[in-house]
Design a binder for this molecule. Structure first.
Ligand SMILES: *Cc1c(COP(=O)(O)O)cnc(C)c1O
Length: 388
């Protein structure tokens, strides 16, 4: 392939350049932060290039959207105030009595939104273990409009076969939405595998610096993009220009950061496995879905779960590290450690949580991009206290 412009290169070139041009007035290489709520119109009802109000259009946000669309090999990107807002906007295209099939081990906040907010408005949900595509097929109904999967899932690293899920969704005339937050487009591109929507909490790897809350999704279909933009304009969950700009600064280094997250994630998983611990990481051959993960992902990112078998040990490990910081969230340059059952997944009912393996002895690591030896030494000393 010959590259004719930086907008058409390979992944790293796209990350740095896609969707942006030097600012015409001065040549500023970074898109300006258009910190404005409105735009002056030359004549009544004749906005310049369509810019009338910043809930609807903002050039900084649009640069981010074009950039992420390119990374996801999609035609359209749409940015939101948070990952949850992005997922909610897709669901709000539907009507009462429409049905959604969704992964049961989806992110705790998504589960809470589905069961405690959207179900009340008459949207119907089936929660299934999407590791087995037949469970998705069995849950499909005539009124199923959307299949929502997450792969790998948080925090159990379940893998769902995106190609199979897309086929099943499309047979039932439903759309497939994939939460691609854990993999990032560097490692997995759902639209290329048949998904209709790839959605992110850009709070995590896309931004990568733990300094914003954001969401973004990518689609190929123009009508679908228009529908989702209509919901966003009508409900208002837009990111501010400063956050969009920070996220764009983050996506420029996504490929470089993800290489290190992939390397460090694997090294930590191997280290924990060699200590005889029960590690859950899709890049380890012992992961029950390693073959599928290797087929649809090119790397396995920095999320590692480890079952210590006992809540007290989990607590000792989570409070005993010095480089790994005890905090929720993930995907930033710094390593984090958490106990999902007591933190991110505390709102999931205990029985449901434990049935999926999210016990109080399960520790989740978001492995950052620090020097691996420091990370391993840190885990080693904390494990010496936790597992005697
Ligand atoms: C964090 C997260 C979300 C929610 O995103 P916010 O930006 O916090 O609203 C959704 N899905 C996954 C997998 C997440 O990790």
């Amino acid at each position: 392939m010959t590259t004719t412009s930086p907008d058409e290169g390979r992944f790293g070139t796209l990350a740095v350049h896609a969707g942006q041009e030097p600012e015409p007035e001065t040549g500023a290489i970074m898109p300006p932060i258009f910190q404005t709520s409105t735009y002056v119109q030359p004549d009544v009802g004749a906005p310049k290039r369509g810019y009338d109000y910043a809930r609807v259009q903002n050039p900084t946000r649009e640069a981010l959207e074009r950039n992420v669309a390119a990374l996801e090999s999609g035609e359209h990107g749409i940015a939101f105030a948070s990952g949850l807002a992005a997922i909610e906007a897709v669901v709000k295209r539907l009507s009462a009595h429409d049905h959604i099939v969704t992964e049961e081990n989806t992110y705790g906040g998504v589960m809470r939104m589905f069961t405690q907010v959207l179900e009340k408005l008459g949207i119907e949900f089936s929660f299934v273990d999407t590791r087995d595509p037949d469970r998705i097929r069995d849950a499909m109904r005539p009124n199923t409009r959307l299949v929502h999967i997450e792969t790998p899932t948080n925090p159990m690293m379940r893998i769902c076969d995106i190609v199979a899920a897309a086929e099943i969704a499309h047979e039932g005339e439903a759309l497939l939405m994939v939460d691609n937050t854990f993999a990032s487009p560097f490692n997995q591109r759902p639209l290329d595998l048949g998904a209709d929507i790839s959605v992110h909490s850009s709070t995590k790897y896309l931004n990568g610096h733990s300094d914003i809350i954001g969401g973004v999704l990518a689609v190929n279909d123009g009508d679908l993009a228009e529908d989702i933009r209509f919901v966003r304009k009508s409900t208002g969950a837009v990111p501010g220009p400063m956050d969009a700009w920070l996220c764009l600064r983050g996506t420029k280094t996504l490929h470089v950061r993800m290489e290190r997250h992939n390397e460090n994630g694997l090294a930590v998983a191997v280290f924990l496995a060699n200590r005889g611990l029960q590690v859950i990481y899709p890049g380890l051959e012992q992961h029950p879905q390693y073959d599928l993960a290797s087929r649809q992902m090119s790397g396995f990112a920095g999320m590692v779960a480890v079952e210590l078998g006992d809540p007290a040990r989990a607590r000792t490990l989570a409070t005993g590290t010095h480089v790994f910081q005890l905090a929720e969230s993930l995907g930033g340059v710094e390593s984090l450690i958490s106990v999902p059952a007591l933190q991110t997944h505390a709102s999931v009912p205990k029985e449901r949580r434990e049935a999926m393996g999210v016990t109080e002895g399960l520790v989740r690591l978001s492995v950052g991009i620090e020097d691996i030896d420091d990370l391993l030494e840190d885990l080693d000393q904390a494990l010496n206290q936790a597992v005697r």
